[in-house]
Design a protein around this ligand. Structure first.
Ligand SMILES: *Cc1c(COP(=O)(O)O)cnc(C)c1O
Length: 449
C-alpha cells in the first residue's frame, strides 16, 4: 500500500503536467526517434530528430493513466468530432486546439455495392466529408494545434495536394502563415484552393533526383525556424496521430466491434500507420482485443510500399520507386513511403497484405462508389475500393467478413479526371423529341415507353 501511494506522484511528475482548470491531462510520456532511439520530452517541443537522421519521433503514451482517467462511456457522451479522443492525442491544453469540426465522419453500410460484390458486411468510412475534403484535415488539425502550442508563426509544407490544402485551412484559422512548395508542373486546380486559404505557394523547379519541394521544406525547418508540416512522420510526428481517430470511430460506429479487414489507399503509408496505431491504442487500454487485417492499396504506376510487402522486405530497408510515378491517383504519388517502416510492421503484425491496382480499376471504383452509393471520391479516394475488388478476385476476402473501405478524398478535388473519363453532357433544345433521342444515343436509355 505504501509503495502504491509513493509511485503515483512519481508517475504524475514524470508526465510533468500539473492538473488545474482549463488544462487537460496529457498522457504523452515521451517521444522516441524511430532510427536512433533518442528520447525527447514534449516540453522540449521536438519536431524532427536532432541527429538529422530522418527518424520519426514516435509518441509513447501512458496507457495506464489514460485508462484511469477516461472510460468509453464518457467518450460516447462527447461532441461528435475527433477531439472526443483527446486523451489519445498529444495537444497539452484545449486552448491550443485548432478545429474545423473534423472527424466523426459517417461509417456508411454500403448495401447496393455489397450486393454487387457479393459481400454481406461492407462499410465505407466517408472521409470526403472533412472540412477541406479529405482525411488530411485530421492530420493538420493536430499538427497546427501543436504549432500553436509551440508558438510557431510560419509553417512549411511540401505538397500540392490534400495535405497542403488542409494545412492552409487550419493555418488560416490559427493565424499561422503557410508556405507551400509544389513541383513546377503541379496542376492549377489544386493550387487554387491553397491560394484562397491565403497560403504562399511556390513552384519549385525539379532539377535533381532529390524531391526539391521536400528539400526546401527541410532547409527552412532546419535553418530558418519554420514549422515543417507535411503529412509524413520524419518531418512531423504529430500529424500522424490524427488518423488514429479513424480507427477509434470505426470501432465505436460498429458497436465496439473490430472489423476483419480495413482497405487503405497508400502513398507515404502515414495514414495506414496512423490507423493501425489507433487500433493499437485501444488494444493497449483494453477496450478491444484484436486487430483487423490492414490492407495497403497502391497504384501500379507507383507501388514501392506494396512491393516491399511482396518481397517480405526488412521494414527499415524499403527501396524507393525508381521511376516518376504514373497514376491518376495523385494523392498516392510518394515514390518513397516515409512511414513505410511502421506501415510494413503493421501489415506483418496484423496478417495484412498489399494490393496493386491499375488506373482503369481505380476509375471503375470511382464510378461504382458514385453511381451505387452516392459518394463522389477522387481517384486516390476510391483506390481502397479498387483494392477490395482486386482482393476479392485474389480470394483474400470471405463473403461474410466485416470489411471497411476508407474513402479518403473528395471527387471535386480533381475535376479534370472526371471530364477525361466520363466526357461532357449532350446539348439539346427544350423539346421532348430531342430529349428522347439524346437519352437513347448518349445514355442508352429508352424513356418513351
Ligand atoms: C494523402 C492521401 C492518401 C494516402 O495517405 P498516405 O499517408 O500518403 O499513405 C490517400 N488518399 C488521399 C485522398 C490522400 O490525400
Amino acid at each position: 500500500m505504501i509503495l502504491w501511494i509513493t509511485i503515483i506522484p512519481i508517475c504524475n511528475n514524470h508526465r510533468g503536467i500539473e492538473k488545474h482548470a482549463g488544462v487537460h491531462e496529457v498522457y504523452v510520456q515521451y517521444l522516441k526517434c524511430s532510427r536512433c532511439g533518442t528520447i525527447y520530452r514534449l516540453e522540449d517541443k521536438p519536431v524532427m530528430c536532432r541527429k538529422k537522421d530522418l527518424g520519426r519521433l514516435d509518441i509513447i503514451y501512458d496507457y495506464e493513466a489514460i485508462k484511469e482517467a477516461i472510460s468509453l462511456d464518457e467518450i460516447k457522451k462527447r461532441d461528435k468530432n475527433m477531439w472526443r479522443y483527446k486523451e489519445f492525442l498529444p495537444v497539452p491544453d484545449e486552448k491550443y486546439i485548432v478545429s474545423l469540426g473534423e472527424g466523426y465522419t459517417p461509417l456508411i453500410k454500403a448495401k447496393r455495392l455489397a450486393e454487387h460484390l457479393g459481400l454481406k458486411n461492407l462499410y465505407l468510412k466517408e472521409e470526403t466529408r472533412n472540412p477541406t475534403g479529405s482525411f488530411k484535415d485530421r492530420c493538420m488539425s493536430v499538427s497546427v494545434s501543436m504549432a500553436k502550442y509551440f508558438g510557431f508563426k510560419r509553417a512549411a509544407v511540401a505538397s500540392s495536394g490534400n495535405a497542403a490544402a488542409a494545412l492552409a485551412a487550419y493555418g488560416a484559422r490559427a493565424g499561422i502563415e503557410v508556405y507551400a512548395f509544389v513541383p513546377d508542373f503541379a496542376g492549377y486546380g489544386k493550387i487554387a484552393q491553397l491560394l484562397f486559404y491565403g497560403a504562399k505557394v511556390f513552384r519549385v523547379k525539379w532539377t535533381e533526383a532529390e524531391d526539391p519541394t521536400v528539400k526546401m521544406m527541410r532547409l527552412l525547418a532546419e535553418n530558418y525556424g519554420f514549422y515543417p508540416s507535411p503529412s509524413f512522420g520524419p518531418f512531423n510526428p504529430y500529424q500522424i496521430e490524427g488518423p488514429k481517430t479513424i480507427a477509434m470511430e470505426i470501432v465505436e460506429q460498429l458497436g465496439l466491434r473490430v472489423p476483419d479487414q480495413v482497405f487503405i489507399p497508400t502513398g507515404a503509408a502515414s495514414l495506414l500507420t496512423g490507423v493501425y496505431n489507433g487500433f493499437r491504442d485501444w488494444n493497449n487500454v483494453g477496450w478491444i482485443d484484436k486487430y483487423p487485417k490492414m490492407v495497403a492499396v497502391q497504384p501500379e504506376g507507383n507501388h514501392p510500399f506494396v512491393r516491399a510487402w511482396m518481397e517480405r522486405a526488412d521494414p527499415d530497408k524499403i527501396r524507393p520507386w525508381e521511376k516518376p510515378p504514373e497514376t491518376v491517383a495523385t494523392g498516392l504519388e510518394d515514390t518513397f513511403p516515409w512511414d513505410g517502416d511502421a506501415g510494413l510492421r503493421a501489415l506483418y503484425r496484423t496478417n495484412g497484405y498489399g494490393v496493386v491496382v491499375s488506373d482503369p480499376e481505380i476509375i471503375e471504383a470511382m464510378k461504382l462508389l458514385a453511381s451505387m452509393e452516392g459518394i463522389f471520391a477522387e481517384p486516390s479516394g476510391a483506390a481502397g475500393l479498387a483494392g477490395l475488388i482486386k482482393a476479392l478476385k485474389e480470394g483474400k476476402v470471405d463473403r461474410d467478413e466485416t470489411i471497411v473501405v476508407l474513402v479518403t478524398g473528395h471527387g471535386l478535388k480533381d475535376p479534370d479526371i472526371v471530364k477525361k473519363t466520363t466526357g461532357d453532357a449532350p446539348t439539346i433544345t427544350a423539346s421532348p423529341e430531342e430529349f428522347f433521342k439524346a437519352a437513347k444515343e448518349f445514355y442508352g436509355v429508352n424513356v418513351t415507353g
